[in-house]
Design a protein around this ligand. Structure first.
Ligand code: FAD
Ligand code: SIN
Length: 524
């Protein structure tokens, strides 16, 4: 079956929904999402969204903090653009109904996180993302120009390749005509022809055994764009959040927001010693790459499974009122954070690289935009500054929408695109083949391509991944498609890109640390 829409939006986090709401004033939008509408990383954001809103603060300080955190690889022009637009974009969110906490004088209650020289994080208690996601989902559902299709999995983007032409990555005229969408309820694949397509599929946390990301974060957008011969960059910069709750067996790992350290919580080894100042003068509020690597080192040296995050010296009432969600979660596993330290470990959290885009969120493929965590805009460089991700998503969704609206009338549907070819597919093989390969892939990535890397580990990872890749491609060709199989295939594609780009970087910078190249190479 074929469908035709003006705008096809893949993904229903902050990036996808903001884009949809903006373009719906001019055309029909189909918003597809592989789980329920509200399921996304956006939903779990705790800390908040960074913006310069106090007199003490300045754009220059926010720009400088972002550049320092990015460790020499941010695009200054992009950073300046995003930081300067932040207050206006926050106002747009508020106009849509998103709430942020205020202090006693009615001003925004701004918190502080690692790498920020000032308090500038707007938040709604410690459930900022839930508030954003649910508010935008409400606006989307009531918009008559937006059709929401849940349990709909985007498999592949359509380009000239589907018209029988050989498409190479360096070709300048690749165009996107929409995507093949698997209806997870009926198992039918629908050919959705679109004038404009937007990939807003989020991150890749499920590459790793321990992650703060929900199960939907499987790098689908990056894999799809890569297969469509688009340009991908900076994949070696996978961000590990320093403090996820140590609670073995729980997946995803529950995040303990950096704002808690901004509020005064301190990291200690299991014998009670503070250790961060030995490594960085900024202590517990050093940028995220440094804190995560330091915790990893301390755990390895001491043979401990976790470190403590200690809030017991903080005002108990204020603590619970500011972080009710974390308090509830800790109590549910027998930890009262007013009296006991919280056991924490680093967990895969965010991908700084992804689909390369320009300042209007245009990819290297025409008629195709990438917005949010799936994209690589130049904002984060080698290490994202806390709470700059929601900000980047909202700014680039706006730029993409403006550009798409300006060009919509130039495009028409490519009617010659064929329907999905089901030929050669039989009933799925035993699910155990998929789940076993999934586990192996996560183990390889966690053990060899984690916080600390080496040439030998990266090479081993590549060799192991190639075996899993061949097995999975074989299975993919002969099986009826399932979400799990498609996700595994995508994660393997993405893992390959992380390893290859890590191997190509002969230095340690930001989130990429290779013991064979411990220093920075400023010639690269
Ligand atoms: P997402 O919100 O992840 O949405 C992606 C969407 O795409 C989902 O709806 C998913 O189902 C859908 N999708 C994926 N693949 C497919 C497919 N093949 N077909 C159809 N649909 C698909 N950042 C901050 O700035 N501040 C914070 O405080 C903060 N806290 C965080 C806390 C946690 C626990 C996590 C995990 C992240 C946090 N981040 C934070 C990062 C930030 O939340 C994300 O980077 C951001 O929300 C990404 O938004 P997005 O719209 O790009 O993607
Ligand atoms: C956090 O609340 O610590 C996460 C913030 C972020 O990822 O930007």
């Amino acid at each position: 079956m074929k469908r035709k829409v003006d705008f096809l939006v893949i993904g229903s986090g902050l990036a996808g929904m903001m884009f949809a709401l903006k373009v719906a004033k001019k055309g029909k939008v189909l918003l597809v999402t592989k789980a329920d509408l509200e399921e996304s990383s956006t939903r779990y954001a705790q800390g908040g969204i960074a913006a310069v809103l106090s007199d003490r603060d300045s754009f220059e300080k926010h720009i400088e903090d972002t550049l320092i955190s990015g460790d020499g690889l941010c695009n200054r022009e992009v950073v300046e653009m995003v930081v300067r637009e932040a207050p206006e974009k926050v106002k747009e969110l508020v106009d849509l109904g998103v709430e942020f906490d205020k202090n006693a004088s009615g001003e925004p209650d701004l918190s502080k996180e690692g790498g920020h020289s000032e308090s500038r994080i707007l938040h709604y208690k410690d459930i900022t993302g839930k508030n954003i996601e649910e508010t935008l989902a409400g606006r989307v559902r009531e918009n008559r120009n937006i059709e929401v299709w849940e349990q709909a999995f985007a498999i592949d983007l359509m380009t000239q390749h589907h018209l029988g032409r050989l498409v190479k990555r360096w070709h300048k005229d690749i165009a996107c005509y929409g995507a093949y969408i698997l209806d997870l309820k009926t198992r039918d694949v629908i050919t959705v022809l679109a004038k404009v397509t937007v990939v807003a599929t989020g991150g890749v946390g499920n590459l790793y055994q321990t992650t703060t990301n929900p199960p939907v974060a499987t790098g689908d957008g990056i894999a799809m764009v890569y297969r469509a011969k688009g340009i991908i960059e900076n994949m070696e910069f996978v961000q590990f959040h320093p403090t996820s709750l140590y609670h073995p067996g729980e997946r995803p790992s529950f995040l303990i927001t950096e704002a808690l350290r901004g509020f005064g919580a301190v990291l200690r080894t299991l014998d009670g010693e503070k250790f961060m100042h030995k490594y960085d003068p900024r202590g517990c509020l050093a940028p995220r790459d440094i804190v995560a690597r330091t915790i990893d080192t301390e755990m390895k040296v001491r043979g401990d499974d976790y470190v403590w995050l200690d809030c017991t010296h903080l005002d108990p009432e204020e603590l619970v009122s500011r972080f009710p969600n974390i308090h509830r979660k800790c109590l549910s596993i027998g930890i009262d954070m007013r009296k006991n330290p919280i056991p924490v470990v680093p967990a895969a959290h965010y991908l700084c690289g992804g689909v390369k885009v320009d300042t209007r969120a245009r990819t290297s493929i025409s008629r195709l935009y990438a917005v949010g965590e799936v994209s690589s805009t130049g904002m984060h460089g080698a290490n994202r500054l806390a709470s700059n991700s929601l900000l980047e998503a909202v700014v680039f969704a706006d730029h993409a929408a403006e550009d798409a609206l300006a060009h919509l009338d130039e495009y028409s549907w490519e009617e010659k695109i064929p329907e999905w070819d089901y030929e050669g597919t039989s009933h799925p093989e035993e699910m155990v083949l998929v789940t076993q390969d999934y586990k192996e892939m996560q183990m390889v990535m966690s053990n060899y391509v984690g916080i600390v890397r080496s040439n030998l580990r990266l090479q081993r990872a590549l060799t192991r991944l190639e075996i899993i890749y061949n097995e999975t491609e074989e299975l993919y060709k002969k099986s009826v498609l399932s979400r799990k199989l498609c996700e595994l295939r995508n994660l393997i594609n993405v893992g390959y890109l992380v390893i290859k780009m890590a191997q190509a970087r002969h230095e340690s910078r930001g989130l990429h640390y290779n013991i064979d190249y411990p220093g920075k190479n400023d010639q690269t």
